[in-house]
Design a protein around this ligand. Sequence first.
Ligand SMILES: [Zn+2]
Length: 181
Amino acid sequence: MQNEAIELPVPVDVDRETGKWSVDGLPMVLVPQHLLVNNMDAVEQRLGRDESAQLFRDAGRRSAWHWCAHESARLGLSGTAIVQHYLDRLSRRGWGRFEIDALDPSRGDLSVRVRHSALLPVDGSSRSVDRACYLFEAWFEGALQYASGESEIVPVHEIRCGVNAEECLFTSDGSGRCHDK
Ligand SMILES: [Zn+2]
């Protein structure tokens, strides 16, 4: 099927003076997917997948938490609604199609399926990992933490990935909360 230009699923504001983009009042950049994937590949080649995931974990959590706090202040959303809004916006910004199967921030409960993840290897990339979308793990952890209002972090894992399955699947360790401070 032929792709066609459609109206953007999120409103993009462009500063006439600086050329900078923003969406929902937050600065954004439009990045080629191969650049993103090649950067991840470079880090994984040097450190391995698990170390790379660890390296980006804190930054990912903090960024998701910050995004949720921004949107919560702007729209008055909290709890389940802010996580739903976050995943909807990720879907609209082209990171994949995010579908929530279970979500209860107060219990640290989360199960999300992602189809068409933007973190999967692309043509021309030499990237080869079995679970490619670990950045999302940290993002979900940050969003869950924000929505629960707790300082505790509930770990989220990608237990199945689109590199060798039809879709990616993420679940939280809702019952075994860890204190990661
Ligand atoms: Zn994946």
